[in-house]
Design a protein around this ligand. Structure first.
Ligand code: AMP
Ligand code: MG
Length: 543
């Protein structure tokens, strides 16, 4: 059987040409799965599909070959669209050629039944009727090698970061108001719709006269306030009273500050002219069509002011991330409690809450009992909500102790584990899981490991999800000696960065937290390196 498979982000054509096999006698049966305007009783505007393309193609081929053994057909053509598919448009097209229509109908029926179960293409979500995003961007997820619990591989720092980058796709953007855009990543390059300023404007309260008019006395022929628009050709000997920001009456003028003018009724005498013209020329700030803010920029106060000036009231930005964070460990008590012997106060919740401030997210935090069955029943009624979060973080329980259940918990939540160990100090047990475009991390419980793993790995995943560039290692000089004994693992060493360079901070164990009060950089110490002298150039990450 001739098989043709396409996974595409683009709309599927209205007319698809039949397979070449149709030249020989037979039937060409066509099926189109069109997105309906309702999902689970709710009105929707679109469905979002995602796929692992290679695996999906392989499975579709396997399915067709298997089914065609029973229902002998000549050819099949399958086109599946992924990304956001608006209501009324085709999500899947299947064409089947066979000698008799009955075989084509049978093959198609069985194929459609099994497609949902066997092929890694998911309906990610239904977009509500008022969805404002307009990007039909790619949701084809590059295929990754998943870790099976039997084959645990220990990733190097670079390998782990590369895996995270390849697994995380930018989320579909949305249009929101400027008020809601602060801190979000802009997902389109915004260009100036017109010259800024849009016309020549006075920068002073004063009098506009022709720039080449050398007279001393002038007749005041008009007044222009900031909101007025009164074009007129000035003559020699004429002046117009202008306010700061007022549009000037014509070309070729200068403004004399009112402090340098004596006014007498309808006349003025200019005592002194300033050297400058006291005006802003049209397009002096930026010309129409020039880029104002590039896609990928994080919208801070200055950029929002610029978008407002340019009239971009609804920028296309990344959606807010939905993040769920669980702490684990029966020894953990809230900070307002006095720990009994053996207990410690929860610091990771506050570390995570603070570190996430840099990203626009809605965060839910809760504590789990240190028993897998009890933990599962505690969150059973929220399982699908948790499974739909963009990011799930679990603090502690990431190792292989008998009470460490983060890995099975993430698997129970539907995540596939990509890796579960990294060759990095601090932070060896680090679990990374994915499910479609959702990601999860099981972080080692010690606060310093948490801090390091967040900056190295979680922040990288978050940056990818929101369409920003992940932070890169920079190069800088050690201002003081870094005292270490050679360690077979690469180390991320807390440091304070100032004008003199990097000052390594004291820490002995990943439970040490006092150094975090000063840490604003992590120095990358190569495996087996040991101490590094002051003045040496090193790689570091800002935190
Ligand atoms: P675990 O990764 O669960 O083996 O935990 C390693 C260490 O981190 C243990 O000493 C825990 O008590 C500590 N730890 C775990 N969770 C927290 C937390 N939320 N706040 C502070 N320390 C924690
Ligand atoms: Mg624990």
């Amino acid at each position: 059987m001739e098989i043709e498979i396409q996974l595409t982000n683009r709309p599927i054509a209205e007319k698809i040409s039949p397979s070449s096999q149709l030249d020989s006698i037979g039937a060409w049966l066509e099926f189109r799965g069109v997105v309906r305007g309702e999902e689970n009783g709710e009105k929707i505007s679109a469905l979002e599909y995602e796929a692992y393309p290679e695996m999906a193609e392989r499975e579709i081929r396997r399915l067709l070959e298997e089914i065609s053994k029973e229902n002998l057909c000549l050819a099949a053509k399958v086109i599946h669209r992924v990304g956001i598919i608006p209501v009324g448009e085709t999500a899947i097209y299947v064409g089947v050629a066979s000698r008799h229509r009955i075989e084509a109908i049978a093959l198609l029926g069985e194929f459609m039944d099994r497609l949902k179960q066997d092929v890694p293409i998911w309906k990610r979500r239904a977009l509500p009727a008022n969805f404002a995003g307009d990007d039909v961007g790619s949701l084809i997820i590059p295929q990754k090698k998943l870790e099976t619990p039997h084959v645990v591989s220990c990733k190097s720092l670079d390998e782990a970061i590369a895996e995270i980058i390849s697994c995380c796709q930018p989320m579909s953007p949305v249009r929101v108001s400027l008020e809601e855009s602060f801190g979000r990543v802009l997902r389109e390059t915004v260009c100036a719709p017109e010259d800024l300023p849009a016309n020549d404007r006075s920068t002073r309260d004063g009098y506009a006269i022709l720039a080449d008019d050398v007279a001393e006395n002038f007749q005041v022929v008009d007044t222009i306030h900031a909101a007025d628009w009164k074009p007129r050709q000035l003559q020699h000997g004429e002046a117009v009273r202008v306010a700061t920001g007022a549009a000037l009456p014509c070309d070729g003028v200068r403004v004399v500050m009112q402090e340098n003018v004596e006014r007498d009724g309808g006349h003025i005498r200019i005592k002194k002219r300033e050297a400058g013209l006291n005006l802003r020329k049209r397009g002096e700030d930026v010309k129409a069509g020039q880029p104002l803010v590039p896609a990928g920029a994080c919208l801070d106060a200055g950029k929002l002011a610029l978008l407002a000036t340019a009239g971009y009231a609804q920028p296309l930005v990344s959606p807010r991330l939905c993040v769920i964070h669980f702490t684990t460990g029966d020894e953990i008590v809230p900070p307002d409690q006095t720990p009994k012997p053996g207990q410690i106060r929860d610091s990771n919740s506050f570390l995570i809450r603070g570190l996430l401030q840099k990203f626009s997210c809605d965060l839910e935090q809760s504590h789990m009992p240190e028993d897998f069955e009890r933990a599962k029943s505690q969150i059973a009624n929220r399982k699908s909500q948790i499974g739909n979060a963009d990011l799930v973080l679990v603090s502690g329980g990431a190792s292989v102790g008998e009470k460490d259940f983060t890995r099975p918990l993430l698997e129970w939540l539907g995540l596939e584990i990509v890796f579960s160990q990294i060759n990095v100090r601090p932070g060896r047990p680090l679990i990374f899981g994915v499910s479609g475009s959702r990601v999860a991390f099981g972080l080692p419980g010690n606060p310093l490991s948490h801090f390091v793993c967040f900056h190295l790995f979680v922040a990288t995943a978050l940056a990818k999800l929101i369409g920003a560039e992940p932070e890169k290692f920079l190069r800088g000089q050690l201002a003081e000696k870094l005292n270490d004994t050679p360690c077979p693992r690469e180390t991320l060493w807390p440091a304070r960065l100032d004008m003199a360079g990097l000052h390594p901070l004291a820490w002995a164990s990943s439970g040490d937290i006092t150094c975090l009060t000063e840490t604003n950089a992590l120095v990358r110490v190569p495996a087996n390196r040991g101490s590094i002298d002051a003045g040496t150039e090193v790689e570091f990450l800002t935190t």
